[in-house]
Design a protein around this ligand. Structure first.
Ligand SMILES: [Zn+2]
Ligand SMILES: [Zn+2]
Length: 139
């Protein structure tokens, strides 16, 4: 499979029993087959493995506005917000259900879960909440 963002060949990584295809040495994007992304989208489920295992080539420029084509089915993917907070976006294939994340988007999705968890305990921990909101809003 080739990267839908920069067309380089993807590298298969084995993370906690799941195969993830990464644009290692390229744009740093990640491909998840249907439902695999659910295994990694919460902060406690992984330790930012993509930031240590995937090397990003700073020379590679990705057009974030461009339509992406599914690396498995070659159909145009749909770009959607991942959660109701409408921050992180993912490209989803309407045919196979796979998801493409640009570099840094997985971290953004985890941050959204963190923000949601904090909102629940706002009354008890206003100072921590303030700190985390600053953290989450930093691009
Ligand atoms: Zn790439
Ligand atoms: Zn597909």
């Amino acid at each position: 499979m080739n990267c839908p963002a920069c067309t380089r060949p993807l590298t298969a990584l084995h993370i906690e029993g799941v195969e993830v295809d990464a644009c290692h040495g390229g744009c740093g994007g990640l491909w998840f087959d249907n439902f695999e992304l659910k295994r990694f989208d919460e902060p406690h489920e992984s330790s930012a493995w993509e930031q240590t295992m995937v090397t990003v080539d700073a020379e590679v420029v990705v057009d974030h506005a461009a339509k992406r084509t599914c690396p498995r089915c070659a159909v145009i993917m749909q770009r959607n917000f991942y959660s109701a907070q409408r921050r992180a976006q993912v490209d989803t294939c309407p045919q196979c259900g796979g998801n493409w994340l640009d570099c840094g988007e997985l971290a953004q999705i985890r941050a959204e879960f963190l923000a949601k968890a904090v909102r629940v305990s706002t009354k008890e921990r206003p100072v921590l909440n303030q700190h985390l909101r600053w953290f989450v809003s930093e691009e």
